[in-house]
Design a protein. Structure first.
Length: 391
């Protein structure tokens, strides 16, 4: 019996909304290769995305799961689909030295489904859909018309159900516990790797009520002279007096995330850093106050920008993005961004990671909140203190 984290009614609703989009776009089928989208529609959950796998979604019937032979039992353990809709290709398709590719098998399934000359959507910019995947489908199905619909399911995912919000709330509890572990461990003479180890132990152990899962992004921890480079991880370098440290992490619960970022300083922080921290906190909360149903994503960013411009600071990059369900390498949904010229209208049920920061040649400060849009405005998930942490 498959163990799915949601009710069948929830999956039915997701599939119906996706099928409606297919009909609106005039698609006969959609090949879903993004593992987060596969999970969203079918429940499939396995570390098998390093080989080719997909769902075939059509407007009228249940999806078909296709993956490696040894992963078929993983599908049976996690998806709500009937066994007849779980199809596996043989292992000689995997990293094959001969002229064989998993998309050859996918093409044969599409042909058997009567879709050899159909209009088929592809997630052409998904991380795990390769250029060769596209060319093999083209060569095997020359009469088919292929269209790029990379974000079709992503936009279906953008409004969360109450059940999804509950998992993000649980991920938040894990995030806050992991941030406590980080802030309790950062100190002069402590290796960065020791802090990372404490974070990971907490992310996996979870809380007394529930365990955690692996996050889609590893803990990010730039420090010292590199806090202006947000996507560095850790080394075995020991923290020194005078080091700023940025920590960005996320708990994960049934693949749902709640990212959280805070900044620490080893020793006594310079005045310019404490002043910068105050500006970021002020601007972040102005953005939260602006986020409500009916406003645009760009107007939320403008609320932040109005604050920092009053302090003589100019910064026009995005300050947040829609997020939730995710697999490596990203927990973002690649849909709405909180930045200039994004005219996405916010609706209740949307969830965002709001992560503004200010970096100069002298200092850097980053602080983030994950929030959801409610009928009454934005509500942040965490209750973690919004300040510079002195270690």
């Amino acid at each position: 019996m498959a163990r799915t984290p949601f009710s069948q009614t929830e999956y039915d609703r997701r599939l119906e909304r996706t099928q409606e989009r297919l009909r609106e776009e005039g698609l006969d089928a959609l090949v879903v290769a993004d593992p987060a989208n596969m999970n969203y529609l079918s429940g499939y959950d396995g570390w098998s995305f390093y080989v080719h796998q997909c769902l075939i979604v059509t407007p009228e019937r249940d999806p078909v799961w296709i993956g490696r032979g040894q992963d078929a039992n993983g599908a049976r353990a996690t998806v709500w689909l009937d066994d007849d809709d779980i199809l596996a290709y043989s292992d000689d398709h995997v990293h094959s030295p001969v002229d064989k590719h998993p998309m050859d098998f996918v093409a044969s399934v599409l042909e058997e489904m009567g879709l050899a000359d159909a209009t088929i959507g592809l997630e052409m910019d998904a991380y795990y859909f390769t250029a060769k995947s596209y060319t093999r489908l083209q060569s095997n199905l020359p009469a088919a018309t292929f269209e790029d619909h990379t974000l079709l399911v992503n936009w279906v995912r953008v409004k969360k159900s109450d059940a999804e919000i509950e998992y993000i709330e649980q991920a938040t509890d894990i995030s806050m516990a992991a941030m406590d572990a980080a802030m309790d461990t950062i100190a002069e003479g402590v290796p960065e790797s020791e802090v990372a180890a404490e974070i990971y132990e907490t992310l996996v152990a979870g809380t007394e009520a529930y365990g955690g899962d692996y996050p889609a992004i590893v803990p990010l921890m730039p420090s010292g002279d590199h806090t202006d480079t947000p996507h560095l991880t850790w080394t075995d370098r020991e923290f020194e007096d005078g080091d700023p440290v940025i920590v960005e992490l996320s708990g994960c619960r049934h693949r749902y995330h709640s990212p959280l970022a805070r900044t620490a300083f080893v020793g006594d922080p310079p005045e310019i850093l404490t002043e910068t921290a105050d500006i970021v906190v002020e601007g972040l909360n102005a953005a939260l106050d602006a986020a409500e149903p009916g406003v645009t994503a760009e107007s939320v960013e403008k609320a932040w920008r109005d604050v920092i411009e009053r302090h003589g600071i100019e910064k026009t990059s995005r300050i947040g993005y829609s997020m939730g369900l995710g697999y490596p390498p990203d927990w973002g949904e690649h849909t709405a961004s909180l930045r200039p010229k994004d005219e996405t209208v916010l609706e209740a049920g949307m969830t965002f990671h709001l992560i503004p920061g200010i970096w100069t040649s002298d200092v850097g400060f980053e602080l983030s909140e994950t929030f959801h849009v409610t009928k009454n405005g934005a509500e942040r998930f965490s209750t973690y203190p919004q300040r510079l942490f002195e270690r």
